[in-house]
Structure formats: structure tokens, C-alpha cells
Design a protein around this ligand. Structure first.
Ligand code: HEC
Length: 95
């Protein structure tokens, strides 16, 4: 019984993560980010975007430069989406 509940909650977690990424992907597509970028732009590089924090800064810089009408939490969703899809940084909580 408990095992079923556990399975259900894991399933639900995965679905909500997927839904979040779907929204973020839509924001990303609608803002036409790929008019300048291709997937090769989005990779870890030494002395450049080399942490989740720097990735989020880069996303915000491009968001403001291109006047994407995103809320801050949406911008964070896009950063998470790009991180999971390309960069794969560990997310270190801020102190
Ligand atoms: C008008 C062209 C243009 C558009 C549109 C654009 N960007 Fe950028 N973006 C750039 C340029 C140029 C850089 C490199 C800046 C630098 O390295 O100093 C960059 C860098 C980045 C980086 C860092 C890449 C890396 O790993 O070095 C990210 C992430 C990024 N943009 C996300 C976005 C997102 C999200 C959007 C959509 C809101 C977007 N960009 C739209 C021009 C653009």
C-alpha cells in the first residue's frame, strides 16, 4: 500500500517537473532566443558561464536585452530548463 503511494508520488513529481519544463520551453521559444543562438552556444566553458548562478545571469541579460516579458520566476524556470537540457550544473543554494 505504502509502496503504491510512493510510486504515485514519484510519478506525480516527474509529471510536474515535465510540465514546468514545457512552460519554460514555450517561453524560450516565444522569446525567439534561438534567432541568435544554437544549441552549441549553451555549454559549460571555463572562465565564462561556469556555474548555475552565471547561467542565470546570462539568461537575465539576454532576457532584458531582448525585452522578453517574463516574470522573475519564469526566467528562473528557463534557466532550470537550459541547465537540465545543456549545462548540467549542480545547483548550489545561496548562503
Ligand atoms: C539579438 C541576439 C540574441 C538574442 C535574441 C538572445 N541572445 Fe542570448 N546571447 C547573445 C550574445 C551575443 C551572447 C554572448 C554574450 C557574451 O558572451 O558576452 C549571448 C549569451 C547567452 C547565454 C550564455 C551562453 C554561454 O554559455 O556563454 C545564454 C544562456 C543566453 N544568451 C540565453 C538567451 C535567452 C534565454 C534568450 C531569449 C530571451 C536569448 N539568449 C536571446 C545574443 C542573443
Amino acid at each position: 500500500m505504502h509502496f503504491k503511494l510512493l510510486l504515485l508520488s514519484i510519478l506525480f513529481l516527474n509529471i510536474s517537473l515535465f510540465a514546468k519544463h514545457e512552460d519554460a520551453q514555450e517561453l524560450f521559444t516565444d522569446a525567439d532566443c534561438m534567432s541568435c543562438h544554437n544549441s552549441k552556444d549553451f555549454a559549460k566553458r571555463q572562465n565564462k558561464v561556469n556555474s548555475f548562478k552565471k547561467l542565470h545571469k546570462a539568461v537575465n541579460a539576454c532576457r532584458f536585452a531582448n525585452e522578453a516579458q517574463w516574470f522573475d520566476d519564469e526566467s528562473l524556470d528557463v534557466t532550470n530548463y537550459l541547465n537540465d537540457k545543456y549545462y548540467r550544473f549542480k545547483i548550489v543554494p545561496e548562503k
